[in-house]
Design a protein around this ligand. Sequence first.
Ligand code: ADP
Length: 525
Amino acid sequence: MSAKKANLSGELKKYFGFSTFKGQQEKIIENLLEGKDIFVLMPTGGGKSLCYQLPALISEGTAIVVSPLIALMKNQVDAVNGLSSEDGVAHVLNSSLNKTQTKQVFDDIKSGKTKLLYVAPESLIKEDYLEFLKDVKISFVAIDEAHCISEWGHDFRPEYRNLKSIIDKIADVPVIALTATATPKVQDDIQKTLGMSNALVFKESFNRPNLYYEVQPKVNVDKEIVRFISQNKGKSGIVYCLSRRKVEEFAQLLQVNGINALPYHAGLDQKIRVANQDKFLMEEADVIVATIAFGMGIDKPDVRFVIHYDFPKSLESYYQETGRAGRDGGEGHCLAFYDPKDIEKLEKFLAQKPVSEREIGLQLLNEVVGYAETSMSRRQYILYYFGENFDPIKGDGAKMCDNSSNPPKLKDATGDLEKVLALINDTGEKFKSKDLISVIVGKENAVTKSYKLEQNSYFGFGKEKTENHWKTILRQATVQNFLQKDIETYGVLKMSEKGKQSLNNKLEQPFLIAEDREFDLSQTK
Ligand code: ADP
């Protein structure tokens, strides 16, 4: 093993020029080379690509890399080919290739030259490709951006759903799935869909201690952003907007204000889009104003701020987008502007979608609202969302958010929590937050009626406090691990071990909460 280790370090140096592995890369690669299925959850910038690129380069045969975006694949192929003096070490296989090009790819694979073959899932089902791939030596399959498999991910691609059966048709080889966005629900979904329940899971902390999180009410937003950027003149930053129109308008507004900004969205002419991206990467433009189309696969280490003009549709998107700040470990300010009306607009938009998509979309939006309105440590909130416990006092980066650097007053809500735990226990741990709150404040709805909850002795016990207060209690009890969201049903609140113990023995420490922040902006506009 040690000889192999020494060897891996040598290969790392030889191909990538790095002297040490990052995080768990080495363990991941060793296990993959031993033939195990692997599941990697690592934040953006953690070094996922190397986890399959290096073993592919040193294995016999070709590794298939499934990736969702053609642009992303092209970047990677160029990068890999740049590592070697030979051409054709990496190829993309898709229908944009003409006959000669496709033959070249096939020839390079047959001759053993090609070590990495990038394909989109929709290409993989093409009969010609399948037939060809069945007959050549495949080293392993890597599934990049594996969250695309899950409807609970922020970027669901139906074509990812059938990957398991396609891979089974091609070869019996190890599979490595990788993602930077995995809530426990998405993680569970990926493993089930890929039949990887026994895979070795490597999860790295999603904590980015150098990023500062801040949410401001969306009032005078144009002026506020101009002021922020002017105070950070010369620094590199991204401003995300939801619509293309807003992107163009706001980029212009920044330009008028003497800020070196350019727009980026999928509706722009390809040439302009690429030119704008390059100018940003080459430091000819300080700020890029963009829709979510910008950022996948962009590796600019010194982005100093990411501003959300509009809140995105999910915390995964928010985290991925903010994750583009401070990749070099330096300063990274993440500033988001929040208005509940924006969320209402997104909800209306979801109303036109099929039921399951709508339900999921609403749940995800609910989490966004929770994050925006919370008074707790934002880092603790978001890391909990990714299945990680974070100590808001001693954890790495504990002071790095608006709420933590300027903590709100805490209130003792021990009595309220005890009653909530008793209610959840008494009603069989089968209700979602919304319905529990109805019971607490004594408001009938279809669910309370069908379960006859009006007859429960707890019905209406908390009616003298606001629904918002109880929402806060439930959210903070979840983040502080008294309650947990059921993975199967998502949203149903169950007791955690800690919750059960507290129920029996009372709480060891007082349950302190900060009321969520009020965001009624109607008076201020
Ligand atoms: P991810 O896909 O997880 O976002 P990447 O694979 O793009 O991350 O890697 C992020 C950056 O880290 C890249 O610039 C890459 O070259 C660098 N990197 C990866 N592994 C190492 C390593 N062992 N040592 C130094 N830099 C590394």
